[in-house]
Design a protein around this ligand. Structure first.
Ligand code: FRU
Length: 512
């Protein structure tokens, strides 16, 4: 819920008041490619989500932000809050760059026990644990707020944690109930390791263990780790720990992507349940990175919610959007589900998305042609849609949905029977030539139990997030279609398929 028509001026404002500025511009949230229900800054560059934390009815999203331009630089923590995870209100920059010291990625916690002594008059402090990045070093620092994140003080004892390896960044901190301590997981980026530390007060840290390198190989580095416990769906009382890391720049296949490990954490050490070479990906698209989970989610809510940056270091700085560049995924709820191959993370959009649904179409038990006739007759189309479909694969060897469609353009969300794979094809998704690695098709193995394919797709102008097989596979891809590419249709090739059900909604803007 930001004001539309924000007028930003050329006058140099103090940086803390300058979440929006840099050049004279009217920001309407109706610019070409501007998502309607995904977070984007009004102007300028964003990468990783930072400091995701819930406190007193507000979800806080901090994010890597350049207050001075639309490419990476001057990294600071931008800030927004939401009551429902979709309608964001912009707040001033929380942690600006200080001289040559940038505020790199990190996390935030609410120190309910006042272990840090940053609390005031019974009000617990919100504490940000972030990386102070000088041209030669990366160390971990603290900042705190006792007014619901509106104003921030840096801790005079910074940095609180250093390492002889200068590529040491992106601390994620959580309270570990069983040991009664804070635990930090932080990347030794070039060593492709995640280091674990513990602390009684967020200020003094003791090394516990290192994990890695394991999983996908080769990857250039490990960044933005996270570690959390997840319940196993349908198995009351069962849970495992998930350790997530992002592998950036130089992965020959994904550019940058987000992988995870499933195992046990005993308060000191993480042990991988799977053979070390097992590579599990949280998302199989090109545009999901640096995912982080929310801290301090109330027990009665109990969800593990993550947000990721919807871009890729391969081409992030060239994405054809203006006056902003980069954005964040919707919040996704994670769980573990048991499959023949073992436990895997499954995900779905946070349910609050339902509050953005508007005009809809609902189809039941139709042939592909009948479904397309109905969509045409009812004039259903749009560039911000939520789609929930069950398709009977039948004898088709390639089937699915075409979105953001016009005569010359389409983004295909499909499934091939052999190999059994779900995919997003963005080869014809508009302006895909701005970078030579951008156009393409991104797929993941997926079985269609009983010959049925379940798809949950979010289409948001320049963002497509696909959750297939009841969340078994996620594929997030950016696309840049013309504004007139708003068509929706079902397709099947090589045989007959049926639409068991298709529910589709046009989505209202979260920015009005
Ligand atoms: C990941 C990353 C982090 C770092 C931040 C800097 O995308 O490289 O490791 O803290 O971006 O903006």
């Amino acid at each position: 819920m930001m004001r539309s028509n924000v007028r930003v001026s050329r006058i140099a404002l103090p940086i803390a008041a300058a979440a929006v500025l840099a050049f004279s511009q009217t920001v309407t949230y109706r610019e070409p490619f501007r998502p309607r229900f995904h977070f984007t800054p009004t102007v300028n560059w964003t990468n990783d989500p930072n400091g995701l934390v819930y406190h007193r009815g507000e979800w806080h999203l901090f994010y890597q932000f350049n207050p001075f331009g639309d490419v990476w630089g001057h990294m600071s923590w931008g800030h927004a809050v939401s009551a429902d995870l979709y309608r964001w209100k912009h707040l001033p920059v929380a942690l600006p760059e200080e001289g040559e010291v940038m505020a790199f990625s990190g996390s935030a916690v609410v120190d309910r026990r006042n272990t840090s002594d940053f609390g005031r008059d019974g009000e617990p402090a919100m504490v940000a644990i972030y990386t102070s990045r000088t041209p030669t070093d990366q160390t971990q620092s603290l900042a705190y707020s006792t007014d619901m994140g509106r104003s921030w003080s840096r801790y005079s004892g910074n940095p609180v944690l250093d390492h002889e390896d200068p590529a040491f960044r992106d601390p994620k901190v959580f309270w570990h109930e069983a040991t009664g301590k804070w635990v930090m997981i932080v990347a030794l980026a070039e060593q492709r390791k995640a280091a674990l530390y513990s602390s009684p007060d967020l200020k003094s840290w003791t090394h516990l263990s290192d994990f890695g390198p394991e999983g996908a190989h080769p990857v250039r580095n490990w960044e933005c780790p996270d570690l959390f416990e997840l319940p196993v769906e349908g198995e009351p009382g069962q849970s495992r720990w998930v350790l997530q890391v992002d592998s950036g720049r130089g992965h020959p296949w994904l550019g940058s992507g987000c992988q995870y490990f499933i195992g046990e954490f005993d308060g000191r050490r993480f042990r991988n349940d799977n053979p070390p070479e097992t590579a599990l990906w949280l998302d199989w698209g090109r545009d999901f990175y640096a995912a982080q989970s929310f801290s301090n989610v109330p027990a009665e809510d109990g969800r593990r919610l993550v947000i990721g940056w919807i871009s890729n270091w391969m081409y992030a700085r060239e994405m054809p959007t203006s006056p902003w560049r980069g954005g964040q995924s919707v919040a996704r709820e994670l769980a573990l589900r048991r499959f023949p191959e073992g436990l895997r993370v499954v995900q779905r959009p946070a349910r609050e998305i339902e509050t953005l649904r508007e005009a809809s179409i609902s189809l039941r038990d139709l042939s592909v042609r009948e479904a397309n006739d109905r969509i045409r007759r009812e004039g259903f189309r749009g560039d911000s849609l939520e789609l929930v479909a069950v398709l009977d694969v039948g004898s088709a060897d390639d089937l699915g949905l075409r979105v953001l469609q016009s005569d010359a353009q389409e983004t295909v969300v499909g499934f091939t029977a052999s190999p059994a794979e779900v995919y997003v094809d963005r080869s014809k998704s508009g302006n895909v030539d701005f970078h030579d690695t951008f156009a393409g098709r991104h797929s993941a193995r997926l079985d269609a139990p009983d010959g049925r394919l379940q798809l949950h797709v979010l289409v948001d102008r320049s963002v497509v997030e696909v959750f297939a097989g009841k969340g078994r596979v996620a594929i997030t891809d950016r696309v840049f279609p013309d504004p007139s590419s708003t068509g929706l249709s079902v397709f099947a090739k090589g045989g007959e398929a049926r639409v068991v059900s298709l529910d589709a909604w046009q989505m209202r803007s979260a920015w009005e």
